[in-house]
Write a protein that binds this ligand. Structure first.
Ligand code: 5RP
Length: 266
């Protein structure tokens, strides 16, 4: 692995802790104006101080993040489908040249193992890794799971390992029972998505279990920006992932914040 690629990777997974809290706000690329991201600039501004990196599309980055902020960007470069169509029918939507122009620290590509367009999405990943290696750009593979597929260790282990075999430098997947098997079989660091919004304590438990079972961190979106107290929630996630706090200790941060500033009702 060359110097530039390792340098970029270390902006995402900080060497001091070997862990990472990535903030995912790329949902609009197939969902449109996702709840909590209607005004991405506002949402992102308050959360960035507590994130190690931001996962987003180039459109969101350009319009919602000041270049002077300095947050490492994990640029989503696959997409081209919407919730109205077959989601696995993705193409590469952003060139490596543009990723470099945006000073991205990594690029992200989804793979749909077992999906209708499995081969094309794995091809997207492999080609992006080839280009990434040429320019020193790490590639995060996102194991997207079709509705009809079960999120168990057998399936996720298969998807993660294939992503690593094709050269992904980091893999994003879902937490599941027997998660250690997924991590152990993957060869490269694994981060977890939060998935659909669940109660805050449960999301903290998910993050806790994931790092306990070998994850390098989280790449979490909805469970942070759809929380009643997004800033408290990202601080709490960080406390679990990076500071070794228990779920109860971290959840107290969320409760304290809610007590000081209860959510406003329209
Ligand atoms: C889908 C994605 C997401 O858009 C996103 O990053 C998921 O984050 P979360 O599940 O925590 O909201 O990568 O494949």
């Amino acid at each position: 692995m060359d110097w530039g690629l390792r340098n970029r990777l270390s902006r995402i997974v900080r060497p001091e802790s070997g862990r990472t809290v990535m903030l995912a706000v790329d949902h609009g690329y197939f969902q449109g104006p996702t709840t909590g991201l209607e005004d991405p600039a506002g949402t992102v501004r308050s959360l960035l101080p507590y994130a190690d990196s931001l996962m987003a599309t180039r459109g969101l980055v350009r319009m919602s993040v000041e270049p002077s902020v300095g947050i490492p960007i994990v640029l989503r470069v696959s997409g081209g489908t919407s919730i109205l169509k077959e989601l696995s029918d993705e193409v590469i939507t952003t060139s490596m040249e543009d990723a470099i122009r945006l000073n991205a620290s990594a690029v992200a590509v989804s793979v749909f193992v077992g999906g209708e367009h499995e081969r094309e999405t794995l091809g997207n990943l492999a080609r992006t890794v080839d280009e990434g290696e040429r320019y020193g750009m790490p590639v995060l593979a996102v194991t997207a799971v079709g509705r009809e597929m079960s999120r168990d260790a057998r399936y996720l282990g298969l998807a993660c390992r294939i992503a690593a075999e094709l050269g992904a430098h980091l893999v994003k997947t879902y937490y599941c029972e027997d998660f250690r098997r997924v991590v152990d079989g993957c060869m490269v660091p694994v981060v977890i998505a939060g998935g659909k919004k669940i109660p805050e304590r449960d999301a903290l438990q998910l993050a806790y279990n994931a790092v306990r079972d070998g994850a390098t961190g989280v790449d979490m979106g909805r469970n942070i920006f759809q929380s009643e107290s997004p800033v408290a929630m990202i601080k709490a996630v960080r406390a679990v992932v990076k500071d070794g706090k228990t779920v109860e200790e971290a959840y107290r941060l969320v409760e304290q914040e809610k007590a000081v500033a209860p959510p406003t009702k329209d």
